[in-house]
Design a protein around this ligand. Sequence first.
Ligand code: SAM
Length: 203
Amino acid sequence: MGTEHFDATAADWDRDEQKVVRAREVARAVATAVPLGPRTRVLDYGAGTGLVTQALAAQIGSMTLADNSPGMRSVIRDKIATGVLPGARVWDLDLERQAAPDERFDLIVTSLVLHHIRALEPVLARFAELLAPGGHLCIADLDREDGSFHHHDFDGHHGFDRAELAAQLVAAGLVEVAVEDCTDFVRDGVTYSVFLAVARRPL
Ligand SMILES: C[S@@+](CC[C@H](N)C(=O)[O-])C[C@H]1O[C@@H](n2cnc3c(N)ncnc32)[C@H](O)[C@@H]1O
């Protein structure tokens, strides 16, 4: 899928209060699930406008926000310039197509991104590679849905089966995989549940 949809929606993304609230709920679930501190190096993959990192900012160290949409990266850059995401870095990165940069993170958070990624296996392997030993991966995404969630041009996953995703995380070399309820997403009167999957790179 191209980046056109997200490029076109980036400027008004944060006007949707539900998106802001949902990002806070994802951040709260992440902060409950994994240890955070001023030295925690965080990669927000598919960061969008950076809402999840914004909600975590007071509890973490360095912030790297990656997205393949130029429109989203432009909003992130504005937030860095205006001090909303102080000192953050922004990366043009698509792990479906690019190798993992030679960096290590203590936490990778990716919120409502994986359902857009067709070939999960290489992306999960690259997440594992990007984690420092003992680092955590937190994936917030939709539970399996009937295909009604997306109205725009979409060729990704209609949510995920929790057990299947957990098995894929183990196959990527991660351990201590746990999947729990995280938040909901209401669209056109339909409620879609969102899980948080947490896994750790072995020491
Ligand atoms: C539904 S938005 C979620 C944004 C943000 N994580 C949040 O929760 O507010 C999905 C984001 O993933 C990005 N994305 C989709 N596919 C991607 C890929 N292959 N590589 C990097 N970013 C991707 C999109 O550009 C978009 O910003």
